[in-house]
Each structure stands twice: as C-alpha cells, then as structure tokens.
Write a protein that binds this ligand. Structure first.
Ligand code: URA
Length: 230
C-alpha cells in the first residue's frame, strides 16, 4: 500500500493533514524520513508521524524446513501431522507455506509470513528451478531424459510440461530439475513410463539448497542473502 493511503485511512488524519505532515518531513518509515506519499509500506514497516507511533511493524519471518515424509504441507489436517507442527515459533497462524510437497516427499520447504515474497517463490511465471532426487521402482531408461526435455502431455490439465532436465545418478535414481510445479508432477512424469517413484526429495529451489546441517524435521531462519534470492 502507498504511504499516503495508509495515513489517510487512519481515522485521526485527513488528506490535507497527511500532505502537510509529509511535506514537513514529519513522517518516518523504519526511522527514515519519507516525504513521498507514493512510498510503499507494508505490515512489516514501523510508521511514525509527528513523533507518534502509528504502526509498530511486525517482523517478517522466513524459514527453511527439512520436511520429513509423513507430514502434510498444509496448516491443518484431520489425519496427518502438518509441517507447521515442526516449528517452535510464536503466532504460527500468521505463517504460510511457499510451495508444497506431497505427504511422502521430503526436503526443502519454505515457510513465511510475507505473502509477496512467497508469491515470488511460487508464481509460475518465475520459472524457478526446483531440483528433486528421485528413486524409482524400475530402472530409469535412456529415453526418459529426452521425453522430459521435450515435455510430456498431461491430459487432465490439457498441457505439455515445460522442458525439464534429468541427470541419471544410477540405474534407479536421478536428479530432476523442473521449472513449474504441477500436481504430483514428478510422479506423473515417471508414471508416463509406468515407473513408480518410491522416494522423492527436494534438494533445492533456484539458488537455495536445503541446508545439509538440517536433519529431517529441523528448520532454521533464512539469512538476508537467502531471502534476497527471491
Ligand atoms: N512432484 C511430486 O510428484 N511430488 C512432490 O511432492 C513434488 C513434486
């Protein structure tokens, strides 16, 4: 939201007062004087005018979790424990998941209270690489890599998957990089060859790898540099 709109929305201020405060250098956002009413503000900013605190600003929070299998990527579930139960944090109802993993998939999951940031992580147009380690029931054939690079037709959605890169590790395991996140995508791509995925683990999202120090079920806050990747 624009700073001038935020100020005008307060019952105590009208438009001429807001213009006067801004012009007089009486408005501070995160301790900086801001005179431009178009300056963007969010719930995370501390906003003061004429020495009065108008909004304290809550901390923006960003976490990476090593999701273990058996936890559901949702904030509530009637049957399974949720990934949020693994977090020992206050005000968990303000947190949401920036992307999902299936119940039995493990690996990197991002959690935040910053919806704009999460949208940048998850929006399809960003084409961020999501890298998975895949283990399969049957050997992975040489024809898979070409088919994945060309794209596979998904009848249900009537679409062709974006080119994906497959790197074989051994006969039954591979690393797969996707640039989108369709429902059960990895399983359905291997399903095209009637080959069942028996283990699936997300190693990385774009330039952010899962921290190898995190055991399954553990999490940590992201660093500033990691937050700035998105
Ligand atoms: N593709 C899947 O099939 N499952 C996941 O959890 C992620 C990608």
């Amino acid at each position: 939201m624009r700073l001038d709109r935020f100020l005008c929305n307060l019952p105590s201020l009208n438009r001429p007062q807001v213009q006067r405060l801004l012009a007089a250098g009486e408005v501070r956002v995160d301790a900086q004087v801001i005179r431009d009413g178009r300056h963007p503000v969010r719930e995370f900013n501390r906003i003061e005018a004429a020495e009065q605190l108008l909004q304290a600003g809550k901390p923006a929070r960003y976490f990476m979790l090593h999701k273990p299998p058996g936890y559901v990527s949702a904030t509530q579930h009637p049957e399974h424990p949720t990934v949020l139960e693994l977090l020992d944090e206050p005000d968990k109802d303000e947190l949401h998941l920036a992307g999902r993993l299936d119940l039995n998939t493990s690996g990197l999951l991002l959690i935040s209270n910053d919806g704009l940031w999460s949208r940048r992580v998850t929006q399809p147009t960003s084409l961020l690489a999501k890298v998975y380690l895949v283990e399969t029931e049957l050997p992975i054939g040489p024809e898979y890599a070409q088919a994945f690079a060309r794209g596979l037709y998904f009848q249900y959605e009537d679409l062709t998957t974006l080119p994906a890169e497959l790197e074989l590790i051994d006969s039954h395991s591979a690393r797969l990089s996707l640039h989108e996140g369709r429902y059960h995508q990895v399983k359905r791509m291997f399903g095209h060859f009637q080959n069942k995925v028996i283990r699936l683990h997300r190693e990385r999202i774009a330039g952010l790898p899962l921290d190898p120090q995190l055991a399954p079920g553990q999490y940590r806050a992201l660093t500033f540099a990691e937050i700035a990747l998105f």
